[in-house]
Design a protein around this ligand. Structure first.
Ligand SMILES: Cc1cc2nc3c(=O)[nH]c(=O)nc-3n(C[C@H](O)[C@H](O)[C@H](O)COP(=O)(O)OP(=O)(O)OC[C@H]3O[C@@H](n4cnc5c(N)ncnc54)[C@H](O)[C@@H]3O)c2cc1C
Length: 408
């Protein structure tokens, strides 16, 4: 479609985070003119075969935005979780930690949701709420002046707006164009992602095995299927993904064990290089970074996208309040309220995932002893376990309203 010439807000990136922000503002402040630009053709987005763990707080946000009902039939609740720490050749994997997966009575701490269905549902609701989606196209440049921001599109057009939101992923072009520096390092690991089918039911259980090469997680999907996030050194991961399917399945079965019966790979295999990327600033005049554009973290705790939903809830609340008060949504003092709200939580989660990965992705005997002792101790402390589950569910004090299931 032809992009409109003048808007209030332009969002670069129509992934989960960009679309959710546009939808949240459009539903809470009707009449706001919002355009989302995305590189990918819409059909490609809904074909994404992966799935994500959606924490309880993010589910409440999706419910309030009218999206959850569309994905609920495809969502698998995670009813409990076990954590083990062992070597690949160990015959038994002693369970060190178990979690009962309810954050509140009847509310699982997370659901596994297919990515394609979620983005398609977000796009459909955003269109109903009056958001314009321009795709396939890309934001290639922008310039800021006192009165607004001029956004340059690959197709040749420009859009004038008051605010540009960068939701363009971990390699954010907009972040680089704005000169925002990052704290970045690679873990030298890649996450292999695919879908598997198994003979026996998973019973809604998620498993995370800390193996010396990194965490190996099976996350339950509907039916006798699970989503796999398997961390390996990047060269090994590439070999496994590009190599023979039979070798892949044999290696997979060695890691999973036999409690799920015979396992078959039923989805495409992909390897994603893992690293940490933290933007030093989340905002500049007339620019706000959200989602992976602001922070890319290790998937060890399945929290990357959930952090993005927390950004959405905070930025939408700040923008809607500003709109109601007649303030300029691109003004730095408005945007800084969002940055203050999100910075500490983001840096804390990045630090936790970084330390966990360093602590568990090795086979050093003294480190193994200490961490196994620590896990065993936590397993005997129900209050601490509840606090961990609350954290994984994204339940915090003084959090944005959408995360508590309240309208803005
Ligand atoms: C192996 C692995 C497993 C994971 N599992 C989980 C999990 O279980 N739970 C969880 O919470 N998180 C998980 N994550 C993290 C999660 O995938 C990311 O945090 C999430 O995809 C970030 O969403 P986003 O919308 O910010 O970015 P993206 O999903 O990367 O979307 C960015 C969008 O911007 C578009 N775009 C890029 N450049 C431009 C441009 N110049 N102009 C216009 N559009 C542009 C792209 O086409 C894309 O649609 C996992 C990550 C990995 C690597």
């Amino acid at each position: 479609m032809t992009p409109p010439a003048v808007q209030d807000i332009v969002v670069a990136g129509g992934g989960y985070v960009g679309l959710s922000l546009a939808l949240a503002v459009a539903t809470s402040a009707p009449g706001t003119r919002i355009t989302v630009v995305d590189i990918r053709p819409p059909a490609d987005v809904s074909r994404d075969p992966r799935a994500s763990a959606i924490a309880a707080a993010a589910r409440r946000l999706l419910d309030t935005l009218g999206v959850w009902s569309a994905v609920a039939p495809l969502a698998q609740p995670i009813v409990d979780m076990v954590v083990t720490d062992s070597r690949l050749e160990d015959v038994v994997r002693p369970v060190f930690l178990t979690f009962d997966g309810q954050v509140e009575e009847g509310e699982p701490f997370a659901h596994m949701v297919p990515n394609g269905a979620l983005v398609a549902a977000l796009a459909a609701r955003a269109a109903e709420a009056g958001v314009q989606v321009v795709a396939p196209d890309a934001v290639t440049d922008f310039s800021v002046d006192g009165g607004g921001v001029t956004v340059q599109l690959k197709s040749g057009g420009t859009i004038r707006a008051r605010l540009l939101v960068a939701a363009d992923g971990v390699k954010s072009r907009l972040r680089a164009l704005a000169g925002i520096r990052t704290l970045t390092w690679s873990y030298g690991q890649s996450g292999i992602v695919t879908t598997i089918e198994h003979e026996r039911p998973h019973g809604g259980r998620a498993e995370e095995h800390f193996l010396p090469s990194g965490p190996f997680a099976t996350l339950p999907l509907t039916g006798n299927r699970s989503s796999l996030v398997w961390t390996e050194r990047s060269d090994v991961a590439d070999r496994l993904v590009k190599g023979d399917a039979l070798v892949f399945e044999v290696e997979l079965q060695r890691r999973i064990g036999h409690h799920l019966g015979a396992v078959r790979v039923v989805g495409p295999r992909h390897a994603y290089p893992l690293g940490l990327t933290l933007a030093r600033d989340f905002v500049k005049p007339r620019l706000a970074l959200i989602g992976d554009a602001a922070h890319g973290i290790h998937p060890i705790a399945g929290q990357g996208l959930n952090l993005g939903f927390r950004d959405v809830a905070a930025l939408a609340e700040v923008l809607v309040e500003a709109l109601r008060l007649g303030q300029d949504v691109g003004a730095l003092d408005v945007l800084e309220r969002y940055e203050r709200w999100r910075r500490f939580d983001t840096w804390q989660m990045a630090a936790v995932t970084d330390v966990l990965n360093r602590l568990f992705s090795n086979d050093l005997a003294p480190v193994r002893m200490i961490r196994d002792f620590g896990l065993g101790l936590v397993d005997r402390m129900p209050r601490l376990k509840r606090a961990f589950i609350g954290e994984a569910a994204g339940s915090h004090k003084a959090q944005p309203r959408l995360l508590d299931g309240l309208e803005i």
